[in-house]
Design a protein around this ligand. Structure first.
Ligand code: XUL
Ligand code: CO
Length: 437
């Protein structure tokens, strides 16, 4: 049974097509720097935004029209959504998906029943994965929506909640393992605080580290070899999220001896909320060897919250793919569209327009980034810019083989000989030229 009647498999038709249900840039088998586009991009569907997000906002109920949801039986509805999800992914040529435990299945009367329902839905997912060859990029836990998580999960002031959240992660790890997931994400949810007047920050951070160590231990126990990720975010829902940005997370992982077990999942809109560019967060991870995966979306410069929009900004896509290529490409990770249609885009077909827009933007971004790298545009400029560190006193600084006294002698003898222009505007114009083609 088809749910998206009248929509065929989305094909690559090239830049001159007038068909809005076609790709202009995403040609999955096209080779770019020795790898097919689909291997580079590893596009993934976010289950939550695509199947369960209804367009609710603080001022109004959901607006999304989803004809397949029209049943009172929540378990039947969840099973149908799995079928819808796989038809959607097949039609778009998406080879991966990501989910929270609570996206795929409704909660039962208690945790035991909830887990049993989850297993029932995972049976259907497993069958669909076998039928289509679509894979799980990562699984995760929703330990933030239910009122029991009002004070957080791993950082809750209440030990019962800590245990409950741990049990939920235990189960989510089991199903991720069963579905051969390539990774498992910890996004902070409500791991943060509103006021220090009632918060023991040290205790909460210690507990969060314990929570993560326990997850790593359990993964070993069950033989789950997927990659663990932390997804930084500075604020929302709490005023101050503990995983503020990539640098904060790195410091935390290092302090609590978790660096061997975790990489980062960088989300564009979280980067900008933290006052960074998307590229900055990716570059920081790349430089520190922890670039794992990407949640592709974009925010709105005029809004101070996580709008999770479909990424259509070509500059960001180019610069993000540039960082991914510099890092040597994805291994376990991929590009998960943690992005949703606007509330007024309420028809099922809007989901297609949205994913096509995001996939085409990143496909074009990949091609431009590859060309920039192949031509050495920025890398050659940077080589030249830092050339003074290749010989003489610069080489000694790089090798850690100098002293303040020697540097003083150098400064007294030579002063500062020549400082070159940074040529920012010229470089930005070259970037434009590569984008325009
Ligand atoms: C929230 C967010 C989450 C994580 C997974 O801002 O990005 O959807 O990606 O929990
Ligand atoms: Co995300």
């Amino acid at each position: 049974m088809a749910f998206f009647n009248g929509i065929d498999k989305i094909k690559f038709e090239g830049i001159n097509t007038t068909n809005q249900l076609a790709f202009r840039h995403y040609n999955q088998e096209e080779m770019v720097m020795g790898k097919s586009m689909k291997e580079h991009l590893k596009f993934s569907m976010s289950y939550w935004h695509t199947l369960t997000g209804m367009g609710v906002d603080p001022f109004g109920q959901g607006t999304a029209i989803r004809p397949w949801d029209e049943t009172e039986d929540k378990i039947e509805q969840a099973k149908t959504r799995v079928k819808v999800a796989f038809e959607f992914m097949e039609k778009l040529g998406l080879e991966y998906f990501c989910f929270h435990d609570r996206d795929i299945a409704p909660e039962g009367k208690d945790l035991a029943e909830t887990n049993a329902i989850l297993d029932e839905i995972v049976d259907v997912i497993e069958m669909e994965m076998q039928r289509t060859g679509i894979k799980l990029l990562w699984g995760t836990t929703n330990a933030f929506s239910h009122p029991r998580f009002v004070h957080g999960a791993g950082t809750s002031c209440n030990a019962d909640v800590f245990a409950y959240a741990a049990t939920q992660v235990k189960k989510a790890l089991e199903i991720t393992h069963r579905l051969n997931g390539a990774g498992y994400v910890f996004w902070g949810g409500r791991e943060g605080y509103e006021t220090l007047l009632n918060t023991n920050m040290g205790l909460e951070l210690d507990n969060l580290a314990t929570f993560l160590h326990l997850a790593v231990d359990y993964a070993k126990e069950i033989g789950f070899k997927g990659q663990f990720y932390i997804e930084p975010k500075p604020k929302e829902p709490t005023k101050h999220q503990y995983d503020f940005d990539a640098a904060t997370v790195l410091g935390f992982l290092r302090k609590y001896d978790l660096l061997d077990s975790f990489k980062l999942n960088i989300e564009a809109n979280h980067a900008t909320l933290a006052g960074h560019t998307f590229q900055h967060e990716l570059a920081f991870c790349r430089e520190n060897g922890v670039l794992g995966s990407i949640d592709a979306n974009q925010g709105d410069i005029l809004l101070g919250w996580d709008t999770d929009q479909i990424p259509t900004n070509i500059y960001d896509a180019v610069l993000a793919m540039y960082e991914v290529l510099l890092a040597g490409g994805f291994t376990t990770g991929g590009l998960n569209f943690d992005a949703k249609v606007r509330r007024a885009s309420f028809e099922p077909i809007d989901l297609f327009y949205a994913y096509i827009a995001g996939m085409d933007t990143f496909a074009k971004g990949l091609k431009v980034a590859a060309k920039l790298l192949e031509d050495g545009v920025f890398e050659n400029f940077k080589e030249e810019r830092y050339a003074s560190y290749k010989s003489g006193i610069g080489a000694k600084i790089r090798a850690g083989k100098t002293t303040f006294t020697e540097l003083e002698q150098h400064a007294l003898q030579y002063g500062v000989r020549e400082i070159a222009s940074g040529r920012q505007e010229m470089l930005e114009n070259i970037l434009n030229q590569y984008i325009y083609g």
